[in-house]
Design a protein around this ligand. Structure first.
Ligand SMILES: [Fe+2]
Length: 334
């Protein structure tokens, strides 16, 4: 088989490609081409049929090909409707049109199109474009699977530790709100949010009698609990793209004066993002019920945090940002 006759695949199977084309002859031609490429096409002649099927499908589409020029509604409008549906934000959409105007292309890309192909369709161009879009789809699916596994681990931790239910999500929301306030780029912002979700993931191996002990922990129990940042970092370390998250998870109980754990790192060794996460973590812990005390009010929590900033534990700027996020009502916190 020549290198240009490869068959389309997604996750080692035939991709399901939904086509919207009102012209029967063009639709037949496209269907034939797609079958020849190894895909499973499903052809619709009317937008309402495609949108209705999207509400009840049993086999989800891996990619859409939408004709732009339709009698009553534009393919771009159909695309906008698809993008509004839950779970369809990242499914690739290719628009087909005989028009090759820059303004038209811009509108398509703005509406969420991933690619734009001119009619008449070149079979080779179509095959190449679809292959690269399906690779992107596969990449997103793999990331989602990793996220789902991590989310499951977080749920297990929270199920073991009854007093920290919702803690990880709240810490992630606080850290994400601070990232927004700092106008961080999406990669940094995502790292901070993910670190919030995952910072206590190492508690998965800590005995639940320690996590839920109603009184203060003894020295042995404390030492066991204090392993969780290292264990969390070890769990996450195979994730090549999550180095920043691993660092934050590993360091989230370090203090600027070196009195934290697990390594007793000092200020210059602790990243600003870790400092942000530590403030969010300690704030949520103080404002939550614990086995040995009731939740403190927001102002009581900040009184303690301010005192600990003076002691040299937490970063002043990070805590200031946290206070702004909480007190300005940017986040519906509790
Ligand atoms: Fe922790």
């Amino acid at each position: 088989m020549s290198s240009c006759n490869f068959r389309l695949q997604v996750q080692d199977r035939e991709p399901n490609i939904w086509v919207l084309e009102d012209d029967p002859a063009s639709a037949d031609l496209l269907e034939e081409l797609l079958v020849g490429m190894g895909a499973r096409p499903k052809v619709f002649h009317y937008p309402e049929d495609l949108l209705r099927e999207l509400a009840v499908f049993t086999t989800a589409p891996d990619l859409f090909i939408l004709d732009v020029m339709l009698p009553e509604i534009s393919g771009i409008d159909v695309l906008r409707k698809i993008r509004q549906l839950k779970g369809f934000q990242f499914v690739p959409v290719v628009l087909l049109s005989a028009l090759d105007e820059l303004e038209f292309r811009c509108e398509a890309i703005d509406a969420g199109a991933d690619d734009y192909i001119n009619k008449p369709v070149s079979p080779l161009e179509l095959r190449l474009r679809l292959r690269s879009l399906l690779r992107v789809k596969e990449f997103h699916e793999n990331l989602e699977q990793v996220d789902n596994v991590l989310q499951t681990l977080v749920s297990i931790v929270e199920a073991k530790d009854i007093y920290t239910k919702g803690h990880s999500v709240r810490v992630a929301q606080l850290a994400g709100a601070i990232a927004d306030r700092l106008s961080l780029g999406s990669t940094e912002s995502q790292s901070l949010f993910r670190a919030g979700l995952l910072h206590d993931i190492g508690k998965i191996v800590i005995d639940s009698t320690i996590l839920n002990k109603p009184g203060r922990l003894d020295a042995t129990e404390r030492a066991d609990l204090n392993r969780h940042p290292d264990i969390g970092a070890t769990i996450l370390s195979p994730l090549e793209k999550a180095k920043d998250v691993v660092t934050i998870v590993n360091d989230h109980h370090e203090r600027l004066d070196g009195s934290g754990y697990p390594k007793g790192k000092k200020a210059k060794e602790i990243s600003f993002f870790t400092r942000v996460l530590s403030c969010c973590d300690i704030f949520d812990a103080l404002t939550s019920d614990r086995p040995y005390r009731k939740a403190l009010s927001i102002s009581e929590a900040f009184t303690i945090i301010d005192a600990e900033v003076e002691k040299g534990w937490w970063d002043r700027e990070a805590c200031f940002l946290l206070k702004q996020v909480v007190t300005d009502g940017e986040l519906a916190y509790r």
